[in-house]
Design a protein around this ligand. Structure first.
Ligand SMILES: [Ca+2]
Length: 524
């Protein structure tokens, strides 16, 4: 707050000058250029200039975007001497601005500005901001010898970006945004949850897609699942055909258990498909069965990491149905579990935790090292179920996840929601500000055989600005612009059930009902 006051005084004369102008077009260009001279503590504005309507090619891209005119501000924040947080703020023309701000998230450890997400926000009339989270590139080696950069990635960059972007918007337009939203998926979902937990006043509305907010334990899960699916020499136990066979067989075994044969597993926690049913025999046709080695590996991935000493579940397994539902690496276990030569994110142990570039997976201790990690790098996770401050400030939160997600296990997202509900005093006291929507047949953030296109932002805007809470989200699936199937996504723990008449491809023929009692203990 003090910082805002100081900066507010520093730029007051500047803003007054803008407001005193009588020529809107020139006013905007001048106002934009003048943002370059802002003197915000710990922030360097590297440039500010109007970008005319039309083609804009972001740095590092070969592809031009077609954008409305905007004021582009490039800046670097250094909240610590080790920090180098690059971010951009885009402000629409005065006649195009909807008066609101939207911070957008990142994917993976991706140290880059999310230009595509910024473009989506800008086209919708939002002032928007994105950050590289304080480093360049997807490799976690950036943390070697730079513990402050790890904190920047963990939570600080998004908060600093948010705080500063609102100020820049104020100084460019003459007022703070009326409402602020955060939109992210995967790591962006993690960032969304971190903001709700750590900075409950930053945003009025937050969308957390497939949040990787349980990042420390998920990293242990990556070690576990890679170990389970690779031989001692590092060669993978599964090929694409065996992964596809697992998904096909799991769906066949569990599709009808939810009462509707629609090629979708409604909730994989109720699916206890046993890969041993695919065991090869003397008469098995090639490609139609699994080896004993593959069966054991699949079971370990489904079961998830356990503490060998206490038996405690460290992290949920990956869901049945997520093994290989499409040809692309991201449409199954291939991208994050099978294809990497070493476990995904092994560098977290080498560079963030033990500061030992030679650290080897064989030395991992799932008991002692988990306790150590949770004590030393808590800033890398956002798992606090107490959202009372966010609720009290009037914030609204929509989380969504795909039940076939092969990257962030969706059971963990549901478990977090259940933990919040316990902490907040039940589902009723949770769903008045926080709703989770699970999508059957949806992969990581999008894609998959189930309906997986949703417009969570419109639902959130209606909730924040009109007080209309989303009782369902409409999910669609289609190819070539033709919608093939629509379904309602229901606020957890409710599930969508077919009413019994009409097309099973039409959302109108489904209603949200209480879930059946869970009897399977297949995974959590
Ligand atoms: Ca089904």
């Amino acid at each position: 707050m003090l910082r805002r006051l100081v900066v507010g005084i520093a730029v007051a004369s500047l803003v007054f000058f803008f407001l005193a102008s009588h020529r809107p077009a020139a006013f905007q260009a001048t106002a934009c250029a003048e943002l370059a001279v802002l003197t915000i503590p710990d922030v360097t504005v590297n440039g500010a200039a109007m970008v005319g309507a039309g083609a804009f090619t972001p740095p590092g891209s070969q592809t031009a975007m077609n954008l409305p005119a905007f004021c582009r501000v490039e800046a670097t924040a250094r909240p610590t001497s080790d920090s180098e947080i690059k971010f951009e703020v885009w402000i629409p023309s005065p006649d195009a601005w909807n008066g609101k701000f939207q911070g957008v998230g990142n994917g993976g450890y991706q140290g880059s500005i999310s230009y595509t997400a910024m473009a989506t926000a800008l086209r919708r009339g939002y002032a928007t901001a994105s950050t590289d989270t304080g480093h360049t590139g997807d490799d976690v080696i950036f943390g070697q010898g730079h513990p402050e950069k790890v904190i920047d990635f963990g939570w600080r960059a998004i908060h600093v970006m948010t705080d500063t972007a609102k100020l820049i918007v104020r100084n460019g337009t003459g007022r703070f945004p009326d409402k602020s939203y955060f939109v992210g998926c995967s790591s962006g979902g993690h960032q969304a949850m971190s903001e709700a937990q750590r900075f409950p006043d930053d945003y009025d509305g937050i969308i957390a897609g497939a949040p990787a907010n349980n990042r420390i334990r998920q990293t242990f899960g990556f070690m576990w699942s890679w170990s389970a699916t690779h031989r001692a020499d590092g060669s993978p136990i599964f090929d694409q055909a065996s992964l596809a066979l697992l998904t096909k067989s799991a769906v066949a075994a569990c599709d009808a258990r939810d009462g509707l044969k629609d090629d979708l597993i409604d909730d994989p926690r109720r699916c206890n498909f046993d890969p041993a049913t695919l065991a090869c025999t003397a008469s098995s046709a090639a490609g139609s069965c699994l080896t004993a080695e593959q069966i054991e590996a699949a079971k370990k991935v489904y079961d998830g990491a356990k503490n060998p000493r206490t038996g405690e579940q460290i992290f949920t397994g990956w869901p049945r149905g997520s093994e290989g539902f499409g040809d692309a690496a991201i449409q199954g276990w291939r991208q994050y579990l099978i294809a990497p030569k070493e476990p995904s994110r092994i560098g977290v142990f080498r560079y963030f935790l033990f500061h030992d570039p030679n650290w080897k997976l064989s030395s991992l201790d799932y008991d002692r090292d988990l306790a150590y990690a949770e004590e030393r790098i808590p800033h890398l996770a956002a798992v606090n179920p107490d959202l009372s401050a966010f609720k009290k400030s009037g914030g609204k939160l929509i989380m969504y996840a795909g039940w076939m997600d092969p990257v962030v296990p969706p059971q963990d997202n549901a478990a977090y929601y259940e933990a919040v509900a316990r902490k907040m005093g039940g589902y009723d006291k949770t769903r008045d500000f926080f709703r989770l929507f699970m999508a059957p047949g949806m992969g990581h953030c999008a894609g998959g055989p189930g309906p997986n296109q949703i417009d969570a932002l419109t639902a959130l805007e209606n909730w924040v600005e009109k007080g209309v809470a989303p009782d369902t989200l409409l999910a669609t699936r289609g190819t070539g612009g033709k919608v093939e199937r629509t379904r309602p996504l229901c606020p957890y723990p409710q599930v969508a059930r077919y009413k019994g008449t009409g097309s099973i491809d039409d959302a109108a023929n489904f209603s949200c009902v209480a879930p059946p009692v869970r009897t399977s203990t297949s995974s959590r």
